[in-house]
Design a protein around this ligand. Structure first.
Ligand code: S3P
Length: 445
């Protein structure tokens, strides 16, 4: 099993870019595969999650260039144009890939089986299966359709009007994409706004859709022409490097070309509340998404109470928030974040247990965490639980703990940020592959 030891860095300095946004990359591939004509996608995430979606599309008959080509090219087959796959579609670790693709597969008149790795097979699917069934889809899966593998016998779908039980872009997008290939109008209303990349990309591609408050409405049967797409940097990957700069004295890190869509910037708002020295420059728009260069400088942080209303806008950043809250003065309280329990790991449990190993006082609550800042931290070996964001959050904590920290099982980092370790080293981080920290040494930085 791969492991990495991160030792206390003296400072992190420099300007870098991060991989293309994972959410936007999935949508770029999926929507281009059903466009009319050839698309060139630049800046596509090279993470395994996105590669698994690209593989699934190839298995559905979509002609495409070589993985790793820049730009990545693929020939659209028109709406509803995918072909029956001859084998199980394996989505690896990717909830976004499997849920969005399930929405579209439900509208294709053929049989498909969707599965994934042992972590993805534990994540709930009824949240998309139920609305897709209401639209007329025939889908079976383990435990009454709640777990992969899912078997989809696709066919003609009818638009619905529905309310999602939680703010989730994956649920919303699965329904919108199914509705796009179905008959009539589909309308989805969310309890709170989730990320809106599907809506933005559809509009960029010329698909008509209406947004009214927390409701999205679109007419099925629309067609769209292929367009070149440039994917901006992933704010959820940039978050690790910027957070590291905040807690390592003497640091200044700029991440260029980051997507700053307001449905994704909750973490930066929380950092602002914590007193972080963080600034945005060069605001521009790329393919319907706002982009900026973000700079973070080391400073002292204070604990905060994160209001539940902010949770959907920061949903992927709670592992890194929990890690840096250890270095803040006072308590950080996260609540209303039950959704964290059904991510790549149960992120409430995994962050409480792993930060506890280095001496962090972190209390687990049903819907969140209470993290005491300013403690003496010790060097230790921690586990990723197969979760890329847990692994990277622990690595950032390791940069600021004297004696460092070992992260066990780091292969998962490749799902979203395959160049994470090199980027961290390039900024001045001290990274040892395959070695462990000596146990039990006092590691307070
Ligand atoms: C994503 C939506 C979020 C997020 C995930 C990516 C997307 O999940 O956690 O990493 O691309 O739509 P939910 O929509 O289930 O909250």
């Amino acid at each position: 099993m791969e492991k990495v030891t991160v030792r206390a860095a003296s400072s992190l300095r420099g300007a870098v870019t991060v991989p293309g946004d994972k959410s936007i990359s999935h949508r770029a591939l999926i929507l281009s595969s059903q466009a009319r004509g050839e698309s060139r996608i630049s800046g596509l995430s090279q993470g395994e999650d996105v590669r698994d979606t690209a593989r699934a599309l190839r298995a559905l008959g979509v002609p495409s260039g070589r993985w790793g080509d820049e730009p990545y090219t693929l020939s659209g087959m028109g709406p509803g144009g995918w072909k029956e796959p001859s084998d199980v579609l394996d989505f690896g670790n990717s909830g976004t890939g499997v849920r969005l693709m399930a929405g579209m597969l439900a509208a294709h008149p053929f049989f498909s089986v969707l599965s994934g790795d042992r972590y993805l097979r534990r994540r709930p699917m009824r949240r998309i299966v139920d609305p897709l069934k209401l639209m007329g889809a025939s889908i079976e899966g383990r435990q009454k359709g709640n777990f992969l593998p899912l078997a989809v016998a696709g066919g003609e779908l009818q638009g619905i009007s529905c309310r999602t039980p939680v703010a989730s872009a994956q649920i919303k997008s699965a329904i919108i994409l199914a509705g796009l290939l179905g008959r009539g109008t589909t309308e989805v209303t969310e309890p709170a706004p989730s990320r809106d990349h599907t809506e933005r990309m559809l509009r960029y591609l010329g698909v008509e859709l209406e947004e009214e408050g927390r409701t999205v409405r679109l007419r099925g049967g629309q067609e769209w022409e292929a367009k070149d797409i440039l994917v901006p940097g992933d704010p959820s990957s940039a978050a690790f490097l910027l957070a590291a700069a905040l807690v390592i004295p003497g640091s200044e890190v700029t991440v260029r070309g980051v997507c700053v869509n307001g449905t994704r910037t909750g973490f930066f708002d929380i950092l602002g509340e914590m007193g972080a020295d963080i600034s945005f420059a060069g605001r521009r728009e790329v393919c319907g998404e706002p982009v900026a260069d973000i700079t973070a400088r080391s400073c002292s942080l204070k604990g905060v109470s994160v209001p539940p209303s902010l949770v959907p806008r920061a949903i992927d950043e709670f592992p890194i928030l929990a890690a840096i809250a250890l270095f803040a003065e006072g308590e950080t309280v996260i609540s209303g974040a039950e959704e964290l329990r059904v991510k790549e790991s149960d992120r409430i449990r995994t962050m409480a247990s792993e930060l506890g190993r280095i001496g962090g006082r972190v209390k687990e609550r049903e819907g969140g965490l209470v993290i005491a800042g300013g403690d003496r931290l010790t060097t230790a070996s921690c586990g990723s639980h197969g979760d890329h964001r847990v692994a990277m959050a622990l690595a950032v904590a390791g940069c600021a703990v004297r004696g460092g920290l070992t992260v066990e099982d780091t292969t998962c980092v490749k799902t979203s940020f395959p160049t994470f370790w090199q980027t961290l080293e390039g900024l001045g981080g001290k990274v040892d592959h395959g070695r462990s920290v000596p146990d039990g040494r006092d590691g307070q930085a």
